[in-house]
Ligand binder design. Structure first.
Ligand code: ADP
Ligand code: MG
Length: 689
């Protein structure tokens, strides 16, 4: 390695202290070159530049202190703990350790001086810190080692097998290489990239600390912009690849669409017709469609999907429809059967929960082409699934899937020598900034109107203490022939615990409402049992359906007009909006009761009020993005696809448009491909493949 070697070609192993074992560990993290190391960026900073006297400690603050050990003792409280008492003349501080060894106690002998960093909380005997970072300041240490940091301490994202300290040391060792080795820096910008890296990894003492902590320092923003440009370039590349892939052009003046339209009990809205037109236009091209349809809950996406399928079916190609939950998939199955079987199209079913025999039969029908339209869950993209001639993939409620899964399903069409057309539907309205990042590679259609005659949903925020009133309300409501959802939410991801809560609510309601038939669905039930309960609810035999959030997406029973959501404060706004969308689907007035647990925080109440005051999914999603960040709005899987090292879609929203514009002007140009290699992780590059 000479000084002319650019940083992306300098192996990390060339750094002092990086032996073969460490180099291999780094490689597994995707860190091969010194550039990779330098682009491992801190997302937070800690201030260890100043000592706080013990007398100045306030609970809640994170502080660095230096003081003398007065006493160390093991106490038997509710939990055995090692307590170390410090003193500095201005006050006292207790360090509390629950995990410790005897040798550790001995290391805190009276009179030793410590430097301690941690969060202060109020303990029984004044301020304390639990498991702080401790450094011993002994005479043996040289004066320089005792010097305080003069800059903020960067905190790196946790990487497997490396401590913060180790990573920090490595990066500090890599920084001087910026002086001699070149770093490709071709983006038009006022600030130098090397300077930006120096600043974020080792901010100088006089740099603006507040800006750094907020992520708004010009050095950080310089990097954020580059990251956003790289990300957008990645999306554009993916879009281009799609556009250059051959797909069967499907002629759309087919009979099938016309027949289906005629059979529908309603006329399509103008918004639905426009979107169907856009889809049919795409399908007629010789390249694969990649279109996202956004439409608020209840806007009528299912029938749009059905009409999208027609040209493919008419051309003798297969269509696969994937839904994220069993319940939703079954509902689609029933609906598509009723639409298509009278028209002579065979509709199949594929789920992980069907019997082995049925599963094998479904697989065979797909492979031979006997099954023309298949509805299924995640089971559809498993390796064992083969299609004879897959022409169109439709993914409902896309936010529940990841990009990788969508691509896996699409690739199943490759056996026929083309990429199938892809239609992606989502009911979560996505704020524009987010849509540009998560779906920047897709063409978008929006169903921006609801079918006529909808009454709207009146939403009420009610304290749990008024359960009795609510139960009377349900008695009255269901007595009049309409149906009710009672939704139990829990923070725990465990379906089992959710199921228990739902069972408890079920017994409470059955007891309080003996004259009504109450049913129960949750994720722990067998598929057949779940299907039976849902079928009875659809048929109106069950009047009150107690459910977990398994019914969140897609379920459509227009006669259900009252929904109670227990503990709504536990869910995000977008998720609540989705849930609430299960009512208000017919011509009858609908109600949603948000039954919160008292006491509720001011913020919690404000969130529920947003929901009470708006039924516009876009408004709610914007608010959600503001309050809880992109993960909430997109769903966890999807966020995996838009993970940034430094950028924050809320904070940096304003950089997104310019980044997109820049990316558009650069993306065909190989000179700028270094940006993709620099910023996109290996998985990211895979997802772009
Ligand atoms: P979502 O967009 O939430 O998936 P669905 O496709 O489930 O909505 O449709 C919601 C309800 O509206 C269904 O009962 C459906 O039959 C009905 N619907 C759809 N389109 C129309 C229309 N143009 N006129 C009247 N009702 C419609
Ligand atoms: Mg739907």
């Amino acid at each position: 390695m000479t000084t002319s070697t650019p940083l992306h070609e300098c192996p990390v192993a060339s750094l002092r202290g990086v032996g073969p074992a460490l180099a291999e560990r780094l490689q597994r993290l995707g860190i091969v070159s010194v550039q990779d190391l330098l682009f491992t960026l801190p997302r937070h900073y800690e201030d260890r530049t100043q000592r706080t006297p013990l007398g100045g400690l306030i609970p809640g603050m994170t502080a660095l202190v230096e003081a003398e050990v007065a006493l160390a003792d093991i106490v038997q409280g509710r939990r055995r703990a090692l307590l170390v008492r410090l003193r500095d003349g201005t006050g006292g501080l207790t360090l509390r350790f629950y995990h410790f060894r005897q040798a550790q106690k001995d290391s805190f002998s009276k009179g030793l001086r410590l430097r301690v960093f941690g969060e202060v909380r109020s303990g029984p005997a004044g301020p304390e810190m639990i498991h702080p970072e401790v450094e011993w300041l002994t005479d043996a240490l040289s004066a320089t080692d005792e010097r305080l940091n003069d800059h903020l301490t960067p905190i790196y994202p946790l990487v497997e097998g490396l401590t913060q300290r180790r990573l920090r040391e490595l990066i500090q060792r890599a920084l001087p290489l910026l002086n001699d080795h070149s770093l490709i820096d071709k983006l038009p910008s006022h600030a130098s990239l090397a300077d930006a890296l120096r600043t974020v990894h080792a901010p100088s003492p006089d740099s603006d600390r507040q800006a750094l902590r907020d992520g708004l320092h010009p050095a950080q923003q310089r990097l954020v912009f580059e990251e956003l440009v790289a990300h957008q370039m990645g999306l554009l590349q993916r879009r281009d690849r799609q556009r250059h892939t051959a797909a069967p052009a499907l002629i759309c003046d087919d009979d099938l669409s016309g027949q289906l339209r005629q059979a529908l009990p309603f006329a399509l809205t103008a918004a639905q017709q426009r979107v169907i037109g856009e889809i049919h236009h795409d399908l007629g091209q010789r390249r694969a469609m990649l279109r996202l349809v956004q439409g608020d809950v209840g806007s009528g996406k299912t029938v749009v999907a059905a009409l999208a399928a027609c040209p493919a079916l008419a051309a003798g190609l297969q269509v696969a429809i994937m839904a994220p939950t069993e319940i939703l998939a079954e509902q689609h199955l029933a609906r598509f059967r009723s639409w298509f079987e009278p028209l002579g199209i065979s509709v199949g079913w594929l789920s992980g929960k069907q019997t082995a025999k049925a599963h094998t039969a479904s697989l065979a029908a797909l492979a031979t082409g006997d099954c023309q339209l298949v509805i299924g869950t995640h089971a559809l993209f498993q390796a064992s699934v083969q299609f004879a001639r897959l022409g169109l993939v439709i993914i409902d409620e896309q936010h529940r899937f990841g990009v990788a899964q969508r691509l896996m399903l699409a690739e199943k069409g490759l056996s026929a020598g083309w990429l199938p057309h892809q239609l992606i539907m989502t009911a979560t309205p996505i704020p524009r900034t987010l849509a540009m990042s998560a779906y920047g590679d897709l063409d978008t259609s929006i169903i921006d109107a609801l079918p006529p005659g909808r009454q709207g949903i009146q939403t009420v925020v009610l304290a749990n203490t008024r359960r009795d009133t609510l139960i009377e309300r349900i008695r009255h409501h269901a007595g009049g022939g309409q149906q009710v959802y009672w939704v139990c939410t829990l923070i725990e991801q465990s379906e089992q615990i959710q199921a228990q809560a739902a069972e408890a609510a079920m017994s409470e309601l059955s007891e309080a409402l003996p004259e009504l038939r109450v049913g129960l669905v949750h994720g722990q039930l067998k598929a057949a049992d779940k299907a039976e309960v849902m079928a009875r609810f659809v048929a109106g035999e069950i009047q009150v359906l107690v459910a977990t959030t398994v019914i969140e997406v897609g379920v459509d029973v227009p006669n259900a007009t009252l929904m109670v959501i227990e503990n709504p404060e536990r869910l995000g706004l977008s998720q609540l909006h989705q849930l609430r969308g299960r009512v208000g689907r017919g011509q009858l007035a609908s109600f949603c009761v948000l039954l919160y647990q008292t006491p509720v925080s001011a913020l919690g109440r404000a969130r529920l009020q947003t929901l009470r005051d708006s039924q516009d999914g876009f408004v709610i999603a914007e608010k959600d993005l503001e309050l809880r960040g992109p993960g909430e709005v997109l769903g966890t899987r999807q966020t995996g696809d838009v993970q940034f090292r430094l950028a924050d879609l809320v904070r940096d929203a304003e950089l997104l448009e310019p980044a997109r514009t820049t990316a558009e002007s650069l993306h065909g140009n190989p000179t700028y491909h270094y940006l993709l290699r620099r910023w996109l992780s290996h998985e990211g590059q895979y997802a772009l493949a």
